[in-house]
Each structure stands twice: as structure tokens, then as C-alpha cells.
Design a protein around this ligand. Structure first.
Ligand code: G3P
Ligand code: CA
Length: 341
């Protein structure tokens, strides 16, 4: 187990500064630290603004999120920028750009081949001529066409500036997307990521940062280089069967030596019958925190449970944090939650 210097201690202090109605008021939480679970703005307040834009991150901070989550990919000229996918058609206006029409090509993704425009084929300068748009059907398109693709450095600057202005620590939760693929085309993420964190003074165990990845190899590499808290992403992999049931993509025992926590698909924590699994208990027994993804107001559970009740259930189980596209909702649910030991 690594040294999780409980960045949360600092954040708990920040939460306490929200006042006596803050997340710790009169509640005994079942988190590993006993502090309130953190609320992570998933792709920013992405339910209300185009995801991975400074506007989405900024709104999440204004709403009170503890952390904001940039997913990271690399440009052709080696700059870390914030996008969930390597392809650009769903979150930008690139399809409307005749000057880029001949740059469309077929490439592989984890879901198979796809014809699209790919971030690694464009320089930062080219990407900055695009404008972001809302990719989720049913969400507001009011803010489409206004925002740029931000760099990781800009996100750090935003978080540090708003933390200073608000007098509370806002953390970042960067995810390295497809690091092995990028390294294979000469765009290794490791050095630019470490350089950016060094520049921010965030390579210690007390940094208000969690670095996450589905790929354990980059986390193992980072473990040898920096003390910044690390999180392995875990999900039920339908291609890995345990009898008739899907298995997690990775076992806790395989990562416990080099990470501080697990970013878990919520179906690992609450099963299809709405019952709690032993996942959080097992992770905590290994000294690992658990942050669950993803909570969306417009995608409540299929069993008629409201999003507020879904969050109340997950808080009662003892998760250490939640990723939400609607951080204001998760914050409200946290305020309402009681989780007796
Ligand atoms: O990083 C937690 C969660 O965001 C993982 O899923 O696909 O939304 O990045 P994804
Ligand atoms: Ca993510």
C-alpha cells in the first residue's frame, strides 16, 4: 500500500469551511478516513455545460465540488489536453470545418475501428480553432460553440486561482486516457504529466490530486517517480466471466502495492438487485479508498430509484467519493445523507 497522506484531511478542513451545515455536521461517515466523501465533478459540471471545458470546470467549482476531473489525451505536438475520447466529432464542431475534411480517417478504439478526426493528428494550435459542444442527447446545447479545448496547464491554473479566491482547496482528478497507445506513437504522457504536477508543486503525497487510469502500467511508473495519490479504475468486464457473471478488469491484490485507491464502476458496489456488495469493505480492508462512477441526474437507476436515493445508498455503503456530471446534486445528497456506523 502507498502512503495516502490523506489529501482528504485538507479537504475536510475545506469542507468544514462551508459552515455548520457542511458535510460533516453530526454525521459519522463510513469512509476509510471517517471524513465526508468527496464530490468529484465528472468532466466538470458536464450535465450543464459542454464537458471538459473551462466553463464546465468553473461552474463545478462555483457549485462547491471538491475535485474537478479532466480526462487527458495528447496532441500531435505533445501537449496534454482535456477530452474524454481521442476522437473529436462528438464534442467539437470539427465536422463543420471544411478545411479539416480531408483529415478524417479510420483508427482503432477500445470499442473497435471508427472513422473520425483524432486528437493525435492535430497540433494544439489547430485544436484551439475548434469549439466545444454538448455530446449528450437531452442536455442543453445553449453553450455550444463558445468554449475551447483546454490544456491541462490551464486547468491547473484555474483550480489554483479559484482556490485562492475562494479560500478553500479545490483538487484535480486527472485521468490518463490510452497511455500505452499514445506512448506507442511517440507521445508518452508520463513526462508532461509529471512536469505539469511539478510546476504546480503537486508531486507530494499531500497534493490535492488523484491521478487515475484504467491502465495499471502508467500508475506503476508514476508510483516510482512521484508521491501524488494514485487511483486504479475498475469495472465489470463482460469479456471476463466468473461463471455466468462478469468479473472486474483487475483484482485489488494486483494493484494494492502501487495505488492509494480504486475508481470503481458503481455496479461493483451496488448489484443489479440494489444490494450492497462487499467491494468497498474489501478495498477498505486493504487500506484503499473507493471513488464510485458515474452519477447522472438524467440517467437514474433502472429500478425507479431517484438519483438522490441512489447517492444516499452509495454514501451509506461507505464510499470515499463520487463522480457526478451534476455535482450540485451530489453535494445536496451529501448534505442530506446520514451514515451511522
Ligand atoms: O474516471 C472515472 C470515470 O470517468 C471513468 O469513466 O469513461 O467517464 O472516463 P469515463
Ligand atoms: Ca474519466
Amino acid at each position: 500500500m502507498r502512503r495516502l497522506a490523506i489529501v482528504l484531511a485538507g479537504l475536510a478542513a475545506a469542507c468544514a469551511s462551508h459552515g455548520s451545515n457542511g458535510p460533516d455536521a453530526g454525521v459519522q461517515w463510513r469512509t476509510l478516513s471517517g471524513e465526508a466523501p468527496i464530490v468529484i465533478a465528472h468532466r466538470g459540471a458536464s450535465g450543464m455545460r459542454p464537458e471538459h471545458t473551462l466553463a464546465a470546470y468553473d461552474l463545478a467549482i462555483t457549485q462547491g465540488a471538491d475535485f474537478i476531473e479532466p480526462d487527458l489525451v495528447m496532441t500531435a505536438d505533445g501537449v496534454l489536453v482535456c477530452r474524454h475520447d481521442r476522437y473529436l466529432s462528438t464534442t467539437t464542431d470539427i465536422a463543420d470545418r471544411p478545411d479539416f475534411a480531408d483529415r478524417r480517417s479510420v483508427a482503432n478504439t477500445v470499442d473497435g475501428p471508427r472513422e473520425d478526426w483524432w486528437v493525435e493528428d492535430f497540433t494544439l494550435g489547430e485544436l484551439r480553432t475548434l469549439r466545444a459542444r454538448q455530446p449528450f442527447p437531452g442536455r442543453s446545447t445553449e453553450y455550444d460553440g463558445q468554449e475551447l479545448i483546454p490544456t491541462f496547464e490551464e486547468v491547473i491554473e484555474l483550480v489554483q486561482r479559484r482556490s485562492a479566491d475562494l479560500g478553500r482547496t479545490i483538487g484535480i482528478y486527472p485521468e490518463t486516457k490510452s497511455p500505452t497507445y499514445f506512448a506507442g506513437i511517440g507521445l508518452d504522457m508520463t513526462e508532461p504529466l509529471i512536469e505539469a504536477l511539478e510546476g504546480a508543486g503537486w508531486t507530494g503525497a499531500d497534493a490535492p490530486v488523484f491521478i487515475q487510469s484504467f491502465e495499471p502500467e502508467i500508475l506503476r511508473t508514476l508510483d516510482a517517480r512521484i508521491e501524488t495519490p494514485l487511483v486504479q479504475l475498475v469495472y465489470l468486464d463482460p469479456t471476463l466471466q466468473d461463471g455466468a457473471a462478469p468479473r472486474p478488469n483487475i483484482a485489488i491484490e494486483d494493484v494494492v502495492d502501487f495505488v492509494d485507491g480504486l475508481g470503481a464502476q458503481k455496479t461493483l458496489i451496488i448489484d443489479e438487485n440494489g444490494a450492497a456488495t462487499a467491494f468497498v469493505e474489501r478495498a477498505h480492508a486493504h487500506g484503499l479508498i473507493v471513488h464510485a462512477w458515474t452519477f447522472r441526474d438524467d440517467q437514474p437507476p433502472p429500478d425507479g430509484v431517484t438519483i438522490e436515493n441512489e447517492l444516499a445508498r452509495i454514501f451509506a455503503i461507505g464510499v470515499d467519493g463520487v463522480f457526478s456530471d451534476f455535482p450540485a446534486t451530489a453535494l445536496r445528497a451529501r448534505r442530506l445523507a446520514s451514515a451511522p456506523r
